[in-house]
Design a protein around this ligand. Structure first.
Ligand code: GDP
Ligand code: MG
Length: 422
């Protein structure tokens, strides 16, 4: 089940371009090359925000872009790196590449993960100077980046799920134990909205969810069962709430067995979650006797006697929960995360089109060519040599061959024409 789902567009910053420049000083005739490198583009980073519980904000703002690196400039000035774009999401958010459906990142509490890397900066002409090539009149462009559509899916919202029959006191206990009420208006639960609260023990916050109506037959899809059960599967532990007073004709020993059965019927994951048992309503007479009966039935289980109404035992319960949470490993990742590499832009978003016209000339067009051409001097032999190497590196030569280019063919690139030599 997806609790909340939105689609957004993210884009890493492109790299800044390398500069072509020559040192100039009064009375110095010809200085050396001093064009600096371009800055790196900013990354797109997802950060878990402990104060966020929903993806609602993303309904109003859907485009997130990191900044482009600045271009290099004269005097070997390196362009400034583009600022990262940090996108804050609630813990439990999974970032999915909309094109491939692959998981790019599974953001858990405390996580900060780079999903898109900024483009590398281009090199300034100073980099290309050597003993034989003293005045390179070319630089390289920064790497371009493309926009990506990603789904954000919020799959888990609570650390602790409260389970138990209706009227045992789950909601009352939740409001006793927690202060902050995360915003849950418009919450996209198909059945019932869970009651959420943030509990604080010393400096540790955890989110508790009241699981309303975990009732008999829930695993068969009756009542509110399924969606919510699937959702709480990702909580880290369960607080099993019993009405230990046996009020309203309840039998807490039997109730415990039934809810346990309900959980394991539904899923092994859920049944396998660590559990703390809260024996609620201890302020009502009869509680003592039921505690004894329960301990006889389940001698290996520890009970935490509480009264959600008087507040007795609530602090002990809170500390026990926080203590247990501390020992639990962070929940297992949803799926392999693995799109990041693929998304590393490597000139990949630059476009190139090759077409032979009626005169037999191979026309190469597209942003890749424009980009490279903007930074070379066609009158300069060294530039052109560099240009040819770039054409090789960027795969243009290979593409030309694929398009049937043969020795002696004319190739038109931008404003220039060349003979194709294999
Ligand atoms: P839930 O259905 O499990 O969420 O139960 P509620 O929190 O709505 O509580 C059901 C009823 O039990 C309400 O009338 C509460 O006031 C009452 N209740 C809850 N906890 C206690 C308790 O510790 N002592 C007493 N005496 N009543 C309680
Ligand atoms: Mg309730």
């Amino acid at each position: 089940m997806i609790v909340d789902k939105v689609k957004i567009i993210i884009k890493a910053g492109g790299g800044g371009d390398g500069a072509v420049s020559f040192h100039r000083e009064k009375y110095v005739a010809a200085g050396g090359p001093d064009g600096g490198d371009g800055g790196k583009g900013g990354n797109v980073i997802f950060v878990a925000d402990a104060n966020m519980r929903t993806l609602m904000d993303f309904r109003f703002k859907t485009k997130y872009a990191a900044l482009r690196g600045e271009n290099g400039s004269r005097n070997n000035m390196h362009g400034k790196n583009g600022a990262d774009m940090e996108i804050r999401v609630p813990a439990g958010t999974v970032v999915i590449d909309a094109d491939t459906g692959k998981v790019a990142a599974d953001i858990r509490a405390g996580d900060k993960k780079t999903v898109l890397k900024g483009g590398k900066g281009g090199l300034g002409n100073a980099r290309f100077a050597n003993a034989v090539r003293q005045a390179p009149r070319f630089s390289t462009p920064g790497r371009k980046t493309g926009a990506h559509e990603v789904w954000l899916e919020l799959k888990s919202i609570a650390d602790v799920g409260l389970a138990g029959f209706p009227n045992v006191g789950k909601s009352t206990l939740l409001s006793r134990m927690t202060s902050a009420r995360p915003k849950i208006d418009n919450y996209h639960f198909t059945t019932l909205a869970p009651n959420l609260g943030v509990a604080r023990v010393e400096d540790v916050d955890f989110v508790m969810a009241d699981i309303p109506g975990l009732i008999e037959g829930a695993h068969e899809g009756a009542g509110l069962g399924h969606d919510f059960l699937r959702h709480i599967e990702r909580t880290r532990m369960i607080v099993h709430v019993l009405d230990i007073s046996g009020s309203e004709g309840r039998d807490p020993v039997e109730d415990y067995k039934k809810i346990r059965g309900e959980l394991s019927e539904y899923s092994r994951t859920l049944a396998g979650l660590p559990e703390i048992i809260a024996a609620n309503k201890t302020d009502i007479t009869g509680a003592e006797d039921w505690i004894t009966l329960f301990e006889e039935a389940y001698p290996e289980r520890k009970l935490y006697p509480v009264s959600a109404v008087t507040g007795e035992g609530v602090d002990d319960l809170k500390y026990a929960i926080a203590g247990l949470l501390k020992t639990l490993p962070s929940p297992e990742a949803f799926e392999e995360e693995g799109v990041i590499e693929e998304w590393e832009m490597d000139g990949g978003t630059l476009t190139m089109d090759i077409r032979r016209d009626e005169d037999g000339i191979l026309n190469v067009t597209g942003s890749l060519i424009d980009d490279v051409f903007a930074r070379i001097d066609p009158e300069d032999t060294e530039s052109m040599r560099h240009f040819h190497k770039l054409m090789e590196d960027l795969g243009v030569i290979k593409e030309l061959k694929k398009n049937g280019a043969k020795d002696g063919d004319t190739v038109r690139l931008g404003s220039e024409e060349f003979d194709f030599i294999e």
